[in-house]
Design a protein around this ligand. Sequence first.
Ligand SMILES: [Zn+2]
Length: 609
Amino acid sequence: MIRTAMASGLALALVLSGAVVLATAPDKNTPATAVDADKFVARAEKDLADISIDANRAGWINATYITDDTDAMAAEVSARQTELAVKYAGEAAKYLNVPGLSSDTKRKLDLIRNGITLPAPSRPGAADELSTIATRLQSEYGKGKGTLDGKPISGSDIEAAMGTTRDPAKLKEMWVSWNDNVGVPMKADYAHMVDISNQGAKELGYADVGAMWRAGYDMPPDDFAKMTDRLWKQVEPLYLSLHTYVRWKLNEKYGDAVQAKTGPIRADLLGNMWAQEWGNIYDVVAPKGAGDIGYDTEALLKAKGYDPIKMVKTGEGFYSSLGFAPLPDTFWTRSMIVKPADREVVCHASAWDIDNKQDVRIKMCTKVNADDFVTVHHELGHNYYQRAYMNQPFLYENGANDGFHEAIGDFVALSITPNYLVQIGLLDKSRVPSADKDTGLLLRQAMDKVAFLPFGLLVDKWRWGVFNGSIKPDQYQSAWDALRLQYQGIKPPVARDASRFDAGAKYHIPANTPYMRYFLARLLQFQFYQAACKQAGWTGPLHRCSFYGNKEVGAKLQKMLEMGQSKPWPDALQAFTGSREISGQALVDYFAPLKKWLDEQNKGKPSGW
Ligand SMILES: [Zn+2]
């Protein structure tokens, strides 16, 4: 099982979710029994576990040593794995309504049937056709280019340039060229892919592909959709306060002609191609004095002579302080922690569990800076989760839901507070920022973590509509713009007509990676953090809490992690937090002092759009 780093990454291609599968039509005439179902599950589980190890090994070698040969070997195993998943998903659907199934067998049948992202129908040729389109979409995205000053610029370079450029004309050029060049050519393929995969989903017993994705949350698909709406309502007022403040600051910087004092924010001014995280323009919105948090993690790391290995050792140290066993020796001999000098590798950070047991690894081209210090904690969170559930049966070796896996490392990283940096000897005690720097600390966090929320919600709201047919191909653009306006309060820098396909210019759309997991993970990480801080007896402002060194927190966390996916996710959530509901309240509590400050700044200014 491979875990990749962040919602924003360009190179998430390793996620297995892109797999295309073929549904076998259930045979209505075969009277299957519960015993047959048990036998089927045992066989499928063993076969899927066996092939996963082959696929992990081939995938690892390929990602850490890219050649034509390793490409071919990885593709070959991946195709075999897909074929098997195809076969078993269709068979699982056949057994689901057999009377007298044990709860474990029922759960595993659901997992086998739902273990795929893009199902192909059983008619001859459909699987190949779907696979060809899906591969072409991913490859087109990977080769996509925008322009800057009229010259072509690659996806990763344009992403970086959107973060640092402050010239509105250049920002507009990059934004428009990227969305036009990458999105538009994909549109027909994408619509065709939606049609074919919907047929596959129906054969597996789902209303459409979106319903199939929503079925992975231990509740009826429609209830899951309602839950996400409820969660958004909890955090929406906080987002609105941030939006109001940021719009004002952008107006101050750029003037009325570029950013008006009212209405939506121009999407290309927010430091990110998709306006999904705004941390890159913190310098534009930081208040004088309070905005300066007084230390720089990169400078501290460098001053203390940290190298990539020491950064990972420090991350391990955090988990060890909670009582987790040290990483196995193989982690250190087999991980890729620095970029090799002599060969092509996939640098996008990821965490691996090669044998579904102890052989956990990370793959990073670690740089000594603050972002990678956080990423190390994030990736290790995947590894500790993987190791905690290694004694579960293979089909349960996964996060309680897909939001959980992404949230663990981030929740630990929230504990990288100034006082924690003192505890590990990075920051001098005298330099811990005083309470008057709280606004800066919180605003910097909010620019990424709060700004992301509406985007994290709307990507799959759009896709659910596309899959259920309420958004037709000639409405792809207008529906995307409408959702961006409704939830994010942003608008494109130029008018977009119905021939455009801006959604296609976001990696996870052509790559078919479900996105709601990132919305859930943003909320869950604060929920986990608040629970840990309560367990640790913390009474100060939430964002200053670090549970470093707290073995009780570690023991409770282990209880949740070791469950893997064996029980419905509310059971796992309860084991650690005591609550059975995902909630946005912890995030709201964390940012409460910032909300108060923002609302004071916003007094008398127009709010909303
Ligand atoms: Zn991750």
